[in-house]
Design a protein around this ligand. Structure first.
Ligand code: RB5
Length: 145
């Protein structure tokens, strides 16, 4: 699986270790930046990862900012993206099972690196449940039209 990852300055410290964590698990990680911890605008990096997923260059996306909130709001503006801001492993599993989320956004300031690793485990190990959830996700995507 190809995973695009990016952060802003507030998520930068966790980006490399999380990218390495995913790489060690066998994922192909595409680092969409930034290259340093200088102040940047999170929508620019949300767009990079969202575009990579929407255009099929990546299967999933991971975004890290201070809260994860701005990254989710921005990424969800891109057609084809279902981004969820997640702060615990239970919600990570549910955003996959119920919502078929294809981008996860994380908090670099309020959630520890170790907890974010557990969140990524749940996100990548949980399949979409389909069934009654499928029609609801279709209705979400129809809102883009
Ligand atoms: C940057 O200060 C902060 O606003 C950003 O990282 C993020 O938390 C926005 O949602």
């Amino acid at each position: 699986m190809r995973v695009a990852i990016a952060s802003d300055h507030a998520g930068f410290e966790q980006k490399a270790p999380l990218a390495q964590y995913l790489s060690d698990k066998g994922f192909t990680v595409i680092d969409e930046g930034p290259d340093n911890a200088e102040r940047v605008d999170y929508p620019d990096y949300a767009k990079r990862v969202a575009d990579a997923v929407a255009e099929g260059r990546a299967d999933r996306g991971v975004l890290i900012c201070g809260t994860g909130i701005g990254m989710a709001i921005a990424a969800d503006k891109v057609h084809g993206i279902r981004a969820a801001n997640i702060i615990n492993p239970e919600f990570a599993a549910l955003c996959r099972e119920h919502n078929d989320a294809n981008v996860i956004t994380l908090s670099g300031r309020f959630v520890s690196l170790e907890e974010n690793k557990r969140i990524l485990d749940a996100f990548f190990e949980t399949d979409f449940g389909g069934g009654r959830h499928a029609g609801r996700v279709e209705k979400i995507m129809a809102l883009e039209n």
